[in-house]
Design a protein around this ligand. Sequence first.
Ligand SMILES: Nc1ncnc2c1ncn2[C@@H]1O[C@H](COP(=O)(O)OP(=O)(O)OP(=O)(O)O)[C@@H](O)[C@H]1O
Length: 692
Amino acid sequence: MTTTATTLKGQPLDKAALESLLRRRLFYTPSFEIYGGVSGLYDYGPPGCALQANIIDLWRKHFILEEDMLEVDCTVLTPHEVLKTSGHVEKFADWMCKDPKNGEILRADHFVEDVLESRLKGDKEARGQKVEEKVEEKADGPKKSEAALAQVGDGQKTEEKAEDPKRKKKKAKGQEAIKLDDAVVQEYEEVLAKIDNYNGDQLGELIKKYDLRNPATGEQPSPPVAFNLMFQTAIGPSSNTPGYLRPETAQGQFLNFAKLLEFNTGQMPFASASIGKSYRNEISPRAGLLRVREFLMAEIEHFVDPEGHKKHHRFHEVEDIELEFLDRHVQLSGKTTTTKQTVGKAVKDGLVDNETLGYFLARIHLFLKKIGIDQSKIRFRQHMANEMAHYACDCWDAELLTSTGWVECVGCADRSAYDLSVHAKKTGAPLIVRQRLDEPKIIEEWAVEIEKKKFGPFYKKDGKTIEAAILATTQEERGKLAKDLEENGKAIVKVPSVGDGNVEVSKDLLAIKWQKRVENIREYTPNVIEPSFGIGRILYSLMEHNYWTRASEGGDEARGVLSFPPAVAPTKVLIVPLSSHKDFAPTVRKLSQKLRSAGLSSRVDDSSASIGKRYSRNDELGTPFGVTVDFQTVKDDTITLRERDSTRQVRAEEDKIIEAIRALVDGTKTWQDIESELPLFEGQQEVEVTVR
Ligand SMILES: Nc1ncnc2c1ncn2[C@@H]1O[C@H](COP(=O)(O)OP(=O)(O)OP(=O)(O)O)[C@@H](O)[C@H]1O
């Protein structure tokens, strides 16, 4: 697998050049910049919006339409009660520590990671080895990238500022070349491989054990404390309904489960899906779009019967797809080596727990491939036990390799029956499936019969608690109670909250009988498999994976190209009139109209720049096709069509060219097909031709 940051053409990635392009072309920009900006908040400009809309469009087709998912759009504002029940109020937190000298707030795991990595880097330098730029780093990686992009800072808190001068000092200091013992190097590497698995105490121990100090001040930060990532608010003017901005779209989907099941005429399995903004008050967001405080998520909740090993009826369609797996045992042994194998084998061998989970991992892979993510830069990493969210029982992340290392872009968790169960328990709403059985089931079991008239008056205020405890007994416990009642006329029931916890019951207050009953309906709480996509992270990775540079003809400055697949490219066609001659205007208008009618977005560039310059401007925007209107067009209605990556051109009548573009955008034809169908055009000289 690729491990270094390279462009699409294998060139070393010049991140600063890419970021300058993205800023210049207004893909995205720091929010509130003229007020100094706020870390972790970004606005998208026109190409960014179009790119995001196209990714979402493909996502909808690939998942919602393909699988008949039920789309919902739930509110961002969420009452406290809901997120308390789901466990987010208590557990949705990261570990944070503070520099005692300058008050800088640090995310504990990232701090440990940063310091150990810079020590390892210093060691490599001391040994005279080549030092690669941060390829195994997490999303909050090299902060310089964000500094270059954003120059953000809200002017309030030290940790909020992107271009923190102390950070520079920290980097400079962190890179000192000091040789470490081989055993220490190995230990550091092991810690880094399982960095996501440590809790707050363990991170605190690592800070002490390795004497990790903030390079900005030379101080050891305070012991890590939990910091809840949710933004709190109050709903309504009286402020008596506390709430939060949702940290995920999932809860709205769970709360609507019963209605969605009914909408689906009671059929299982089924999936709901939602696309919308989520909010997390990240401790120190410094990695551009990779870690922000407001971001677009696309989430699927696939509800499945837990009986029958969570089989999936379309698993056979994906079982031969090969993925790179990084399992939890490998990480725990301190390594990051992946294994390439088919999803079918991974499920068969138990590496991936079940078919439904495996099905979605493969479908995620296919989606990422479709939108143009580099195949050699995708891996699926299994969560380690401590790393898993409080609701998950197994979890795999689709990670993409970027210049800041491997970044989780899609999480795919088996949330078991956790969410539906806790909400049902709290509200009493039946978040269950009632399945009519094909054949009635005869069930033989111990059943409790309570003499209500005597039981209540006998136990008075404790009656309800004791009854609940008896009804909650297992079959085995009931068998023992039945035996005691039969032999002694009385028995002891464990009820911790009453008296000394041992309550005596007698056979005139209740009976426990061996009974047969017929069951026609089976009730169960479905399990949930949840693929959860962070669209911003995918979008940023897509930009890095599709970026490359080609030399201009004069050999001067290399020009950036974003080779997005036509389906996701922000604009599909650039229309370039040869000059501003008035004869071209009607043709350009007609052509734009026809492209619009064919559903193809286009932009006209009738500036006075050379044709080559105008094309290269649009190469930076990732526009895959260009058409030139010249004097020949006015005469015979023919236009040239230029393909962005090869810069090759064909020439044909307008309608044929529009049809060719349509086929190229919807993926039914390749450029090679078009070249074999339409005459090549070689009359036009391009400014840039060769790949550096
Ligand atoms: N702060 C963020 N900025 C941008 N995208 C995010 C952020 N947090 C999560 N995401 C996206 O949402 C997806 C699902 O969220 P999930 O809760 O699984 O992330 P997470 O495990 O908390 O991420 P991380 O460990 O990187 O903080 C992630 O795969 C990621 O693409």
